[in-house]
Design a protein around this ligand. Structure first.
Ligand code: ASP
Ligand code: MG
Length: 422
């Protein structure tokens, strides 16, 4: 019996009516039963929803932002569907639900839970539109709510998967359906044990594809992107990039860990554990081969360059004349964990601990508040973390031209600097 295929289409591949038509053409020869199509919110919808939330939190007027978001989706539908099509009522309904939800009370304390009840609308809306359009084009798909099978804990905004429960739901709820129909569903969203909506972290739709892949024992997962495959650097930032035809799971995981945005960092591990290959392919050139990420990829020596923006360097200095001890590191990490902040780079000196973290709303001030009585703390924001894997020494200076280096670290395989423009 043929195994299931998982396809994931991100925001850029559904960003306007032409993109959705393109997606439809990709599926026209490829759609079959035992296939799950995962879609993200359209274009920059999630960002739009996030700005509504920050306006609401600040007590500012946000109805204009909501109207823009609605008009954006409406325009796409007007280009795809005849007047009077049921999709318009569906859209109306979803935006009504969204605005009702936005009436609820939002505080700093319930921010994360509130966030999850709002941002998932991007995916709910896009998946409805895409499913309706595919069906109208004769490509029959069954719309399913991902929250029925993606079970998580209640860590809102960064929910952790309950793998066993998720696998069971995939097998009992979706597997039988897939015998007859392909399923179209949402990335990014799940539900907690109380049935409340959760999200898996920004750009989490890739991860959803991997979760469903393992839950359904898929033959492969394919992520359709606006790049030809996995490149050795972001072509929007660096010239002369090279595409990898294949990569090992470990290498791909490492790239994403350091911030390569081509695939969500959590995507690789579950697929590697289950031995499911991951394809990254271009939705602009669907016939081209893309990149295959799998167990037995051949070794290569191409340096990979990864740039992470919006970084903050925080230094914690001991205040009495002692030196750094395990206890100090423990205290800092304890707070980082409580705030769900990940350290992108760590450096210790005799009297200070330096960490590099992503800029995140409120998090820095909370971190400073919690530790200011124990350390003298300084920070620099607006920085970039540049990581080079398989670095070639002679190529490094060119990458730092025009930048001031605040922190540098080198190991046999990896070279990292924290830099800012001068
Ligand atoms: N729409 C969500 C985001 O933009 C999830 C995704 O695109 O993967 O973060
Ligand atoms: Mg997105």
């Amino acid at each position: 019996m043929a195994k299931t295929l998982i396809y994931k289409f991100g925001g850029a591949s559904v960003k306007d009516s032409n993109a959705i038509k393109n997606l439809t053409e990709i599926l026209r020869n490829r759609l079959r039963s035992r296939q799950v199509i995962v879609v993200s919110a359209m274009g920059k919808t999630t960002n739009g929803l996030e700005s509504i939330l920050s306006k609401k939190l600040a007590g500012e007027y946000f109805s204009e932002n909501s109207s823009i978001l609605k008009a954006y989706h409406l325009e796409i539908c007007q280009k795809l569907f005849p007047e009077g099509h049921s999709v318009f009522a569906m859209l109306e309904n979803l935006f009504l639900q969204l605005s009702n939800q936005l009436e609820q009370k939002l505080t700093r304390e319930n921010y994360d839970e509130f966030y999850d009840s709002i941002v998932g609308f991007g995916e709910l809306i896009s998946s409805r539109i895409v499913a309706e359009y595919l069906c109208a084009q004769g490509l029959i798909v069954l719309w399913q709510d991902a929250r029925d099978v993606i079970h998580t804990n209640s860590d809102f905004r960064f929910a952790k998967i309950d793998w066993e429960k998720t696998r069971k739901s995939c097998q009992s709820n979706w597997k039988p359906v897939l015998e007859n129909f392909p399923i179209l569903t949402q990335g990014f969203i799940g539900s907690d044990p109380k049935g409340r909506p959760t999200t898996l972290g920004r750009e989490g739709s890739d991860f959803t594809a991997a979760i469903l892949g393992t839950g359904l024992g898929a033959a492969s997962v394919t992520i359709w992107k606006d790049v030809p495959g996995v490149l050795n650097a972001d072509p929007k930032i660096f010239p002369n990039t090279k595409k990898f035809d294949e990569l090992g799971y470990r290498e791909a995981a490492e790239m994403t860990y350091f911030g390569a945005s081509v695939i969500h960092p959590k995507t690789i591990k579950p697929l590697a554990n289950a031995g499911i290959p991951l394809f990254v392919k271009s939705f602009l050139d669907p016939e081209s081969t893309g990149t295959k990420i799998h167990e037995n990829a051949a070794a290569h020596e191409v340096p990979t360059i990864v740039l992470k923006k919006d970084q903050i360097l925080v230094s914690f200095k001991v205040t009495d004349f002692t030196f750094i001890e395990e206890m100090h590191i423990h205290r800092v990490y304890e707070q980082l964990q409580a705030l769900k902040l990940r350290v992108n780079m760590l450096q210790l000196s005799a009297i200070s601990i330096s960490i590099v973290i992503d800029a995140q709303l409120f998090k820095l001030e909370q971190l400073l508040d919690s530790l200011k009585s124990e350390f003298e703390i300084r920070y620099n924001d607006g920085l970039e973390l540049l990581t080079i894997l398989q670095a070639k020494q002679d190529e490094i200076p060119a990458l730092l031209e025009g930048y001031e280096v605040l922190l540098e670290q080198a190991s046999r395989n990896t070279f990292q600097v924290v830099r800012r423009k001068v």
